[in-house]
Write a protein that binds this ligand. Structure first.
Ligand code: F6P
Length: 343
């Protein structure tokens, strides 16, 4: 059996751990793995590399993806790109494809499976943790640890200067990263896309914390956070090939509003791609390994058109379908718990 592997969309820590696990599982049953480079672009343009346990055994701790990644959408130019993609799949005599991606990359996988019965097994990944199929995706734990460490550092300078800092996190249209890291750093306030910004409440929380003796303030703002009746702020670049705008800028806007309303000296920091970089946390390495082994097993059992996921701590399989990539917004139970400190 010959199996192609690709990693698409924004990269995240844990991709190499999952590649290593799939390759090992396949090799245990004498199946071979072919790496497809740069997401769907590699299958369209025939960019590949061999993969084996020997070449992947040491990569569990490496960030990024040894296969590279891209936000290529082959359905954008279906006449040329889809045809080339299918020709290359046939050229390499692949029996299956393991697609590791977020909503866009897995969305393409679902369409290819539906339109052409392509034999695909999917593995969800994203720092945003916003995929409906799975309780958690690898990359998320590392991202919240990076934000936590960064804010712990920002806190000391913020405190010395008696300032307020607004730290903008990634997460697209979901507040998982902002809320979890905000709880972990003991933020004075957290802004998430799921709850429109209540500026008077934010100001009053910061004032009352100052009045109670706290000399500085930390606000965590998800990049998708927005004022009532407004959309999220974008950086004004062209959208990517899936139509996603680049979000950003809300941290600076909120910082300016805080300074204007309170007179507190305020700064903003956008953590950006720092949140996707570097070595995966132990927890993400373990989740990625478990998901990779499970996906490899599904391929060997020829259970195509499936996606692995984690539900209540167990690795499960689910059928490919739109429910897999539907947006999973923040569970507001967590936000309510965080809000106990916004007084
Ligand atoms: O989906 C992951 C993510 O990091 C989002 O949190 C962020 O909005 C986006 O990707 C950034 O994309 P890019 O790497 O293309 O700038």
């Amino acid at each position: 059996m010959r199996v192609g592997l690709l990693t698409g969309g924004g990269d995240c820590p844990g991709l190499n751990a999952v590649i290593r696990a799939v390759v090992q599982q396949l090799s245990n049953e004498s199946a071979t793995a072919l790496g497809i480079l740069e997401g769907w672009r590699g299958l369209v343009h025939n960019l590949t590399m061999p993969l084996s346990p020997a070449t992947t055994e040491g990569i569990i701790a490496q960030g990024g993806s040894i296969l590279g990644a891209s936000r290529t959408n082959p359905y954008r130019n279906p006449d040329t790109d889809l045809t080339a993609l299918r020709e290359n799949f046939a050229r390499h005599e692949l029996d299956a494809l393991v697609v590791i991606g977020g909503d866009d990359t897995l969305g393409v996988a679902i369409r290819l499976h539906n339109d052409f019965q392509m034999p695909i097994v999917g593995i969800p990944k994203t720092i945003d943790n916003d995929l409906m199929a799975t309780d958690f995706s690898f990359g998320f734990d590392t991202a919240i640890n990076i934000v936590t460490e960064a804010v712990d550092r920002i806190r000391t300078t913020t405190e010395s200067h008696r300032r307020v800092v607004v730290v903008e996190t990634m997460g697209r249209h979901s507040g998982w990263i902002a809320c979890f890291s905000g709880i972990a750093v003991g933020a004075d306030y957290i802004l998430v896309p799921e709850v429109p910004i209540d500026l008077p409440h934010l100001i009053s929380a910061l004032r009352s914390h100052r009045a109670a003796g706290k000399k500085y303030g930390v606000v965590i703002a998800a990049e998708g956070a927005r004022f009532p009746d407004q959309g999220p702020l974008t950086l004004g670049h062209d959208p990517d090939s899936f139509g996603n705008p680049r979000l950003g800028g809300i941290g600076a806007v909120v910082a300016e509003a805080i300074s204007r309303h309170t007179g507190f000296e305020t700064r903003s920091v956008a953590l950006g791609h720092l949140q996707r970089g570097g070595s995966p946390s132990a927890s993400d390495r373990i989740l990625a390994t478990r998901m990779g082994l499970a996906a490899g097993r599904l391929v060997l059992q020829r259970k195509m058109g499936t996606v692995v996921a984690v539900v209540d701590g167990h690795i499960v399989e689910t059928k490919m379908g739109e429910h897999v990539v539907a947006a999973k917004t923040l569970d507001l139970t967590y936000y309510d718990e965080a809000a106990a400190f916004f007084r």
